[in-house]
Structures are given as structure tokens and as C-alpha cells.
Design a protein around this ligand. Structure first.
Ligand code: PAF
Length: 280
């Protein structure tokens, strides 16, 4: 596996692959890789001839400096895992090259960035779309893969790709879960064993909602009340939001009459977790 730090070198490498007729598949990450990321890398190997994975903990998308500082990192293990999977390039740009002195440009997707996580993490999606647009210009992929655990992120990035005419395909892959249902996330490492157990209430709430819809319940207010009760019934949790919305526009619905996104963000102790499921 080749490790590239410089933007110009990354662009040269991708130009050469494209000229050789190779399809470049790209998985952007912030490192501390888990099975969710690895499933994206495996899918990228199917989607392209060569695979680039980036690791860049993007300061611009953290609305709290403490969250950025606490973001877990394990460079050595990440390199080993990516190399074992047969990744062609690990792109690990320096912050000084990503945001050099004098940097002043941002990419902002308006409507779909606003609800859900956007309402609670001001500036988050502006940071995501800015860095992802920059990474696309650096890696020049034919396809880029993202996990549906960050469902809103997938919607926002698809919108950006359409609106700005990026010439690439966005592939959204299903959430990977632990055996007991907890959605995999780099943040899970910050949960104590007791909190890890408590956090199962989030996947539990998604299941409850699906069951209610399966039994014929259509009223969003009733389904969301059950979601809130399931999560708030656990000590040490704080529900940030639970929303039933259209999976394309992210606009809230009053009735679940077609496939509908149930998106949840909840705090377990000091750890903020998100999860979602399309129900109906
Ligand atoms: O999903 C993530 O890990 C990040 O938001 C991404 C897409 C790598 C941008 O920094």
C-alpha cells in the first residue's frame, strides 16, 4: 500500500490511473477504522480497479473543539487494516495543506443540511461538504462510498454532487452493526461497558418503531412517542432528536404511508450517538 501525504502527488497518481483506463474507487474516512469502514473498502474493491482511502480528521466539521480533540486516533492499526485489505493508496493529507494560511472557501448545501444533525451541530455539514469537495478534487475518483449510518451526510453529499456537477458516482452502503444491533461507530470506543449496554436502547427504539408500523400504526407522533419512551426510559441517556422524515428531502412527515427515514441522535453519558432506519 502506498501512503501519500501531498495533494499534488495524489492528483498525479489518480491522473495516471485514469489515463491507464483504471476506475478509481474512493472511501473518505477520519480514521480509527472499524468494520463499518472496512465493509466500505471491500465494496470499493468491487466498485473500482484501484482503491484510495483517505484519513483526515477534519477540524472544520467539528462544532466543538473538545470533540475534535477527543476524536480517537490509531494510525498504526488503520494502516495495518487497510494494507491487509489490499488498499492501493492511503491518502493522509496534512491539515496545513488542506487548510493553508489564507484559506477562505466553503461549500454549503442549503436545505438538506438544516434539519436533524444540522440543527444541532451548526456548521457541521458545511465542514463536511467543504472537505469532501476538496477530497474529490484531490483524489479524482470515479466512485465514492459512504455509510448509511450517516444517512443525512449521504443525502447532503449526493445533493452537492448533483448541484456542482461532480463527475462521479456516490454509493451509499448499509449500516454495519455489532451482533447485538449497536451501529458501528468510532465513538463507541468512548462508551464504558455499562454505557455500551445502555446504548442498545437506540437500536431498540428503531425496532420498536418498525414493529409499530408493521402493526399498522401510521401516526408519526405516536411512533415518535414510543421512540422517546424507549430511549428516555434508560438512565444516563438524553435524546437529542428523533425524526420521521422523507428519505430524499429530509422533510418531516405526519404519517408513515411510504418508506420513511427514522433518524435518531442521543447522548449516552458524554458520547453522542446517531442511528437510523428506513421504516414503512
Ligand atoms: O463520515 C466521515 O467520516 C466524515 O464526515 C468524512 C466523510 C470523512 C468527511 O470528513
Amino acid at each position: 500500500m502506498q501512503i501519500i501525504h501531498r495533494v499534488s502527488e495524489m492528483q498525479r497518481w489518480s491522473d495516471a490511473q485514469r489515463q491507464a483506463g483504471k476506475k478509481v474507487a474512493f472511501v473518505p474516512t477520519m480514521g480509527f477504522l472499524h468494520e463499518g469502514h472496512l465493509s466500505l473498502v471491500r465494496a470499493a474493491k468491487q466498485a473500482g480497479d484501484v482503491v484510495v482511502v483517505s484519513i483526515f480528521v477534519n477540524p472544520m466539521q467539528f462544532n466543538q473543539q473538545s470533540d475534535f480533540a477527543a476524536y480517537p486516533r490509531d494510525d498504526e492499526q488503520d494502516r495495518r487494516l487497510l494494507s491487509e485489505l489490499g488498499t492501493d493508496v492511503l491518502f493522509n493529507p496534512d491539515a496545513s495543506e488542506m487548510y493553508p494560511d489564507g484559506y477562505q472557501t466553503a461549500v454549503e448545501v442549503e436545505k438538506v443540511s438544516q434539519p436533524l444533525c444540522g440543527a444541532h451541530r451548526p456548521g457541521h455539514f458545511r465542514g463536511v461538504t467543504t472537505v469532501v469537495a476538496k477530497l474529490f478534487n484531490m483524489v479524482k475518483p470515479h466512485a465514492a462510498l459512504f455509510g448509511e449510518k450517516d444517512f443525512q451526510q449521504c443525502v447532503v453529499i449526493k445533493r452537492m454532487v448533483t448541484d456542482l456537477n461532480f463527475d462521479l458516482e456516490i454509493v451509499a452502503m448499509p449500516t454495519v452493526r455489532e451482533a447485538d444491533g449497536l451501529a458501528m461507530s468510532s465513538r463507541n470506543a468512548r462508551l464504558s461497558p455499562a454505557q455500551r449496554q445502555t446504548s442498545l436502547c437506540i437500536a431498540g427504539a428503531l425496532n420498536t418503531a418498525q414493529q409499530l408500523v408493521g402493526q399498522g400504526e401510521r401516526r408519526a407522533a405516536t411512533i415518535l412517542r414510543a421512540v422517546r419512551d424507549t430511549i428516555s426510559g434508560q438512565d444516563g441517556t438524553r435524546l437529542e432528536y428523533a425524526s420521521l422524515c422523507d428519505p430524499d428531502t429530509l422533510e418531516e412527515v405526519e404519517k408513515v404511508t411510504r418508506p420513511t427515514l427514522l433518524a435518531i441522535a442521543a447522548w449516552v453519558g458524554e458520547v453522542r450517538l446517531i442511528d437510523n432506519r428506513v421504516i414503512g
